[in-house]
Design a binder for this molecule. Structure first.
Ligand SMILES: [Zn+2]
Length: 422
């Protein structure tokens, strides 16, 4: 039998339970508290809270909001920023790979470790700028399904080049197995549609052409043994760009010379890998073309080991960055190059070339995401975007090298690297 006293006691208990918290507490899967936030849109927010639900950012709040998380991470005032993007890597290219068996071995023993190393250095997205076609698509699938741990992988499949072009007659001159799978050698304009249809059908994220050398092969490779390189005929290059765009695929072009840059930009290419490296400075006409067309420029400074070439690449980067050309970080990491660590080394080289740490961070986050056509999902920490983020000690805006040892890395809202001292 319920008495008035019982009812009164129930009411008092209920009042006591809600007393002291005016608003109801909002609950998220993950809540990062006490963060110094570099969201990637410019500026720094002290005392931020980042709420994550599933794989996306639910909201960004100020400290003191009534919020809780199933998992709460106290960042302790450390810097939280978007995960890094390396826009030029080769995941399964190595001199040991010569057939299916050695490829499988390489993936098992080396590529998987490299993918983990990218994550360990805060690199949560990579773009394969040319790998054996079916194998790289399969690896992307395995990462998406969570069967292989690694950064988000975007792929172009093979590179499209001329018969007798780079890398067929340079890197893979003695390796026909990889050459056949990594290079689509385009001899006739009639073949373009079939090739792009095939790649689009397999779901590539973009298309890459190599536009280096000359029509008659009189140009030689920048390194090594004066190997003559044939360039794609101009009408084939133009057809590739047109056909790719018809499929909604962005096109990136490997170039070394201004003679290569001008025609691809005129044909509507979206980005340049390496860019202009055989001369310095870049001519004002080309600088203006790149800025006007909004072409993304991926300098891959570390490719150029000889002091002279490195010097030109760095000077050209400084010139183009100051002129307002959109710069994107890419390393050309391949084989036994230390994955991830190399990405941070490239960031350091870009600072050394004259960019500010803030500009370099932008080149590895927001601008890189735009370059990939993934600006809606990636590159900044904002409500609704994918929760790919890193937490680092120290201030990367002062010292880019603090990125070398992240305290925590999160991809798709999941902690994938945790260096907290328990
Ligand atoms: Zn490359």
């Amino acid at each position: 039998m319920t008495t008035n006293l019982d009812r009164l006691m129930t009411l008092i208990v209920l009042l006591a339970a809600t007393a002291g918290c005016g608003a109801p507490v909002e609950r998220s899967d993950v809540l990062i508290t006490n963060a110094r936030l570099i969201d990637g849109t410019g500026g720094v927010q002290e005392g931020a809270m980042i709420a994550i639900s599933g794989d996306r950012i639910e909201g960004i709040f100020s400290e003191g909001e009534p919020r809780e998380g199933d998992l709460t991470i106290d960042a302790g005032g450390r810097t939280v920023m978007p995960g890094l993007i390396d826009s030029h890597v080769h995941v399964i290219v190595d001199r040991t790979v010569v057939d299916q068996e050695t490829l499988d071995e390489y993936i098992e023993n080396s590529a998987k470790r490299n993918l983990a190393d990218f994550l360990a250095h805060g690199v949560t997205t990579i773009k394969s700028a040319g790998d054996p076609e079916d194998a790289i698509l399969e690896l992307r699938q395995l990462i998406e399904e969570g069967k292989v741990e690694g950064p988000r992988l975007l792929v172009v499949g093979p590179v499209l080049s001329a018969p007798g072009g780079h890398p067929s007659v340079t890197l893979f001159a003695d390796n026909s197995w990889v050459r056949e799978r990594l290079v689509a050698e385009m001899a006739r304009v009639e073949d373009v549609k079939e090739t792009i249809d095939r790649l689009a059908g397999k779901g590539v994220d973009g298309v890459k052409i190599v536009y280096q050398g000359s029509d008659d092969g009189s140009q030689t490779y920048l390194y090594g043994d004066r190997i003559s390189i044939r360039r794609l005929p101009r009408e084939i290059m133009e057809a590739i760009i047109e056909e790719s765009h018809r499929h909604g695929l962005r096109v990136t072009a490997h170039t070394f010379e201004e003679e290569g840059v001008i025609p691809v930009v005129e044909a509507g290419v979206d980005s340049l890998e390496h860019g202009v490296v055989v001369k310095s400075p870049v001519s004002e006409t080309v600088v203006e073309m790149l800025r006007e067309a909004g072409v993304f420029y991926i300098p891959t400074l570390q490719v150029f080991r000889a002091a002279e070439a490195r010097g030109r690449a760095m000077a050209n980067l400084k010139q183009l960055s100051e002129a307002g050309v959109k710069i994107v970080l890419g390393t050309d990491t391949v084989g036994s190059t230390p994955a991830g660590a190399n990405t941070i080394s490239e960031a350091e080289r870009m600072v050394e070339a004259g960019m500010s740490p803030a500009q370099v961070i932008q080149a590895a986050t927001r601008t890189a995401a735009e370059h990939l056509g993934r600006g809606d999902d990636l590159g900044t920490l904002e409500t609704g975007k994918l929760a790919d983020l890193i937490i680092v000690e120290g201030d990367p805006l002062e010292n880019i090298s603090v990125l070398r040892t992240p305290w925590m890395v999160m991809k798709d809202g999941r902690v994938v690297v945790d260096n907290r001292q328990e």
